[in-house]
Design a protein around this ligand. Structure first.
Ligand SMILES: [Zn+2]
Length: 219
Protein backbone atom coordinates (compact mmCIF):
# COMPACT_ATOMS: atom_id res chain seq x y z
CA UNK A 1 0.00 0.00 0.00
CA UNK A 2 1.38 3.40 -0.94
CA UNK A 3 2.31 6.02 1.61
CA UNK A 4 1.40 9.35 0.02
CA UNK A 5 4.42 11.59 -0.04
CA UNK A 6 4.81 15.35 0.06
CA UNK A 7 4.78 16.31 -3.64
CA UNK A 8 7.77 18.70 -3.76
CA UNK A 9 11.49 18.12 -3.28
CA UNK A 10 11.82 21.16 -1.02
CA UNK A 11 9.20 21.94 1.59
CA UNK A 12 8.99 25.68 1.91
CA UNK A 13 5.45 26.48 2.97
CA UNK A 14 4.70 30.15 2.38
CA UNK A 15 1.09 30.16 3.53
CA UNK A 16 -0.38 27.74 6.02
CA UNK A 17 -3.92 26.54 6.46
CA UNK A 18 -6.59 28.62 8.13
CA UNK A 19 -4.89 31.92 7.37
CA UNK A 20 -5.25 34.54 4.64
CA UNK A 21 -6.86 33.03 1.55
CA UNK A 22 -6.74 29.64 3.29
CA UNK A 23 -9.20 30.51 6.06
CA UNK A 24 -11.64 27.66 6.68
CA UNK A 25 -9.52 25.20 4.69
CA UNK A 26 -6.48 22.97 5.08
CA UNK A 27 -4.83 24.42 1.98
CA UNK A 28 -1.11 25.15 1.98
CA UNK A 29 1.12 26.96 -0.50
CA UNK A 30 4.53 25.51 -1.23
CA UNK A 31 7.14 27.61 -3.04
CA UNK A 32 9.91 25.00 -3.05
CA UNK A 33 13.48 26.28 -3.20
CA UNK A 34 12.73 29.74 -4.63
CA UNK A 35 10.11 31.67 -6.55
CA UNK A 36 11.12 29.97 -9.78
CA UNK A 37 8.99 27.18 -11.20
CA UNK A 38 9.66 23.86 -9.51
CA UNK A 39 8.24 20.43 -10.25
CA UNK A 40 5.39 18.74 -8.44
CA UNK A 41 5.72 14.98 -8.05
CA UNK A 42 2.67 12.75 -7.82
CA UNK A 43 2.20 11.95 -4.12
CA UNK A 44 0.54 8.64 -4.99
CA UNK A 45 -0.59 6.70 -8.03
CA UNK A 46 -3.83 8.23 -9.12
CA UNK A 47 -6.27 9.30 -11.79
CA UNK A 48 -6.98 12.88 -12.82
CA UNK A 49 -10.63 13.45 -11.91
CA UNK A 50 -11.15 17.10 -12.77
CA UNK A 51 -9.39 20.01 -14.43
CA UNK A 52 -10.62 23.57 -13.96
CA UNK A 53 -8.94 26.01 -16.31
CA UNK A 54 -11.13 29.08 -15.64
CA UNK A 55 -9.28 29.99 -12.46
CA UNK A 56 -5.85 28.66 -11.52
CA UNK A 57 -5.60 25.44 -13.57
CA UNK A 58 -6.80 23.42 -10.61
CA UNK A 59 -6.25 19.67 -11.00
CA UNK A 60 -7.75 16.96 -8.82
CA UNK A 61 -5.84 13.69 -8.43
CA UNK A 62 -7.59 10.75 -6.76
CA UNK A 63 -5.61 7.74 -5.54
CA UNK A 64 -6.22 4.56 -7.51
CA UNK A 65 -6.30 2.52 -4.30
CA UNK A 66 -6.60 3.25 -0.58
CA UNK A 67 -3.35 4.64 0.84
CA UNK A 68 -1.74 4.63 4.28
CA UNK A 69 -2.03 8.04 5.93
CA UNK A 70 0.60 9.04 8.51
CA UNK A 71 -2.16 9.34 11.12
CA UNK A 72 -3.05 5.68 10.60
CA UNK A 73 -6.06 6.22 8.36
CA UNK A 74 -6.44 3.79 5.46
CA UNK A 75 -8.57 5.36 2.75
CA UNK A 76 -8.50 6.85 -0.71
CA UNK A 77 -6.90 10.28 -0.90
CA UNK A 78 -7.77 13.09 -3.28
CA UNK A 79 -5.55 16.12 -3.75
CA UNK A 80 -6.09 19.39 -5.54
CA UNK A 81 -3.21 21.39 -7.01
CA UNK A 82 -3.36 24.95 -8.36
CA UNK A 83 -1.40 27.66 -10.19
CA UNK A 84 0.47 25.70 -12.90
CA UNK A 85 0.75 27.88 -16.00
CA UNK A 86 0.39 25.04 -18.47
CA UNK A 87 -1.49 21.77 -18.05
CA UNK A 88 -2.00 20.89 -21.71
CA UNK A 89 -0.49 17.42 -21.12
CA UNK A 90 -3.16 16.51 -18.57
CA UNK A 91 -6.67 15.21 -19.16
CA UNK A 92 -9.44 13.76 -17.04
CA UNK A 93 -8.94 9.99 -16.74
CA UNK A 94 -5.15 10.14 -17.15
CA UNK A 95 -3.27 7.79 -14.85
CA UNK A 96 -0.34 9.33 -12.99
CA UNK A 97 2.25 7.15 -11.30
CA UNK A 98 3.56 7.92 -7.84
CA UNK A 99 6.68 10.09 -8.12
CA UNK A 100 5.92 11.22 -11.66
CA UNK A 101 6.39 14.92 -12.41
CA UNK A 102 2.88 15.76 -13.52
CA UNK A 103 2.37 19.35 -12.41
CA UNK A 104 4.45 22.46 -11.88
CA UNK A 105 4.39 25.51 -9.73
CA UNK A 106 3.19 28.60 -11.51
CA UNK A 107 1.49 31.93 -11.35
CA UNK A 108 -1.91 31.24 -12.91
CA UNK A 109 -4.70 32.69 -10.81
CA UNK A 110 -4.43 35.25 -8.10
CA UNK A 111 -0.83 34.81 -6.94
CA UNK A 112 2.41 36.60 -6.25
CA UNK A 113 5.42 34.45 -7.13
CA UNK A 114 5.34 30.93 -8.51
CA UNK A 115 4.13 28.35 -6.04
CA UNK A 116 1.76 25.42 -5.81
CA UNK A 117 -1.43 25.61 -3.79
CA UNK A 118 -2.34 22.15 -2.57
CA UNK A 119 -5.14 20.62 -0.57
CA UNK A 120 -5.78 17.11 0.67
CA UNK A 121 -9.24 15.58 0.94
CA UNK A 122 -9.88 12.25 2.56
CA UNK A 123 -11.60 9.65 0.41
CA UNK A 124 -12.52 9.63 -3.23
CA UNK A 125 -13.34 12.65 -5.36
CA UNK A 126 -16.92 13.70 -4.55
CA UNK A 127 -19.49 15.89 -6.33
CA UNK A 128 -17.73 18.89 -7.90
CA UNK A 129 -14.54 18.17 -5.99
CA UNK A 130 -14.79 21.39 -4.03
CA UNK A 131 -17.21 23.73 -2.32
CA UNK A 132 -17.35 27.41 -1.42
CA UNK A 133 -16.41 27.57 2.24
CA UNK A 134 -17.60 29.92 4.98
CA UNK A 135 -14.86 32.41 4.13
CA UNK A 136 -15.94 32.50 0.49
CA UNK A 137 -13.00 30.49 -0.86
CA UNK A 138 -13.30 27.34 -2.94
CA UNK A 139 -11.91 24.44 -0.97
CA UNK A 140 -11.56 20.70 -1.59
CA UNK A 141 -14.28 18.43 -0.20
CA UNK A 142 -13.49 16.44 2.96
CA UNK A 143 -10.41 18.57 3.58
CA UNK A 144 -7.81 17.20 5.98
CA UNK A 145 -4.55 18.60 7.36
CA UNK A 146 -1.63 17.92 4.99
CA UNK A 147 0.55 16.52 7.78
CA UNK A 148 -2.17 13.95 8.50
CA UNK A 149 -2.20 12.88 4.84
CA UNK A 150 1.35 13.22 3.50
CA UNK A 151 4.61 11.62 4.56
CA UNK A 152 8.11 12.97 4.07
CA UNK A 153 11.36 11.08 3.47
CA UNK A 154 15.09 11.69 3.02
CA UNK A 155 14.64 12.98 -0.53
CA UNK A 156 12.73 16.02 0.72
CA UNK A 157 14.58 19.05 2.08
CA UNK A 158 12.67 20.88 4.80
CA UNK A 159 13.17 24.65 4.60
CA UNK A 160 9.91 25.78 6.16
CA UNK A 161 7.44 23.30 7.58
CA UNK A 162 5.31 25.91 9.34
CA UNK A 163 5.86 23.73 12.44
CA UNK A 164 3.52 21.15 10.98
CA UNK A 165 4.61 17.78 12.21
CA UNK A 166 5.09 15.70 9.07
CA UNK A 167 5.91 12.08 9.75
CA UNK A 168 8.96 10.60 8.11
CA UNK A 169 9.08 7.27 6.32
CA UNK A 170 11.98 5.49 7.96
CA UNK A 171 14.17 3.38 5.74
CA UNK A 172 13.77 -0.26 6.63
CA UNK A 173 16.84 -1.13 8.68
CA UNK A 174 18.53 -4.44 7.96
CA UNK A 175 18.01 -6.87 10.83
CA UNK A 176 21.18 -6.73 12.91
CA UNK A 177 21.79 -9.74 15.11
CA UNK A 178 22.78 -9.05 18.69
CA UNK A 179 26.47 -8.93 19.51
CA UNK A 180 26.72 -12.39 21.01
CA UNK A 181 25.37 -14.18 17.98
CA UNK A 182 27.47 -12.00 15.66
CA UNK A 183 30.61 -13.16 17.45
CA UNK A 184 29.54 -16.76 17.08
CA UNK A 185 29.05 -16.25 13.39
CA UNK A 186 32.49 -14.65 13.06
CA UNK A 187 34.23 -17.54 14.83
CA UNK A 188 32.54 -20.03 12.59
CA UNK A 189 33.18 -17.99 9.51
CA UNK A 190 35.60 -20.48 8.01
CA UNK A 191 32.85 -23.08 7.98
CA UNK A 192 30.53 -20.85 6.01
CA UNK A 193 29.56 -22.19 2.69
CA UNK A 194 29.02 -19.56 0.07
CA UNK A 195 27.39 -20.46 -3.18
CA UNK A 196 26.90 -17.87 -5.88
CA UNK A 197 24.06 -18.70 -8.20
CA UNK A 198 25.42 -18.49 -11.75
CA UNK A 199 22.03 -17.72 -13.17
CA UNK A 200 18.43 -17.13 -12.19
CA UNK A 201 17.03 -20.57 -11.39
CA UNK A 202 15.70 -22.86 -8.67
CA UNK A 203 18.34 -24.44 -6.37
CA UNK A 204 17.94 -27.19 -3.77
CA UNK A 205 19.82 -27.09 -0.45
CA UNK A 206 19.97 -29.83 2.22
CA UNK A 207 20.10 -28.33 5.71
CA UNK A 208 21.08 -30.09 8.94
CA UNK A 209 19.20 -29.31 12.12
CA UNK A 210 19.78 -25.71 13.34
CA UNK A 211 21.77 -24.78 10.30
CA UNK A 212 20.98 -21.36 9.04
CA UNK A 213 20.43 -20.47 5.42
CA UNK A 214 21.09 -16.84 4.55
CA UNK A 215 20.27 -15.72 1.05
CA UNK A 216 21.85 -12.52 -0.18
CA UNK A 217 21.09 -10.82 -3.42
CA UNK A 218 24.12 -9.22 -5.07
CA UNK A 219 21.78 -7.01 -7.17
ZN1 LIG B 1 -3.00 28.90 -1.71
Amino acid sequence: MEKPIFPAKTMRITQGYNEGTHVDSYAIDNADIDYGISNIYAPFTGIIKKIYTNDANEVWLESIEPVEYPDGTIDYLTMMFAHANNIDHLFVGKKINMGEIFYKEGTKGNVTGAHCHMECGQGKFTNNGWHKNNAGYWSINNGKKPEECLWIDDTITIKESYSYNFRKIEKEEPIIENKKSTETVEKKESKDFIFVAPKKDLYGVYLKENQKLIIKSSE
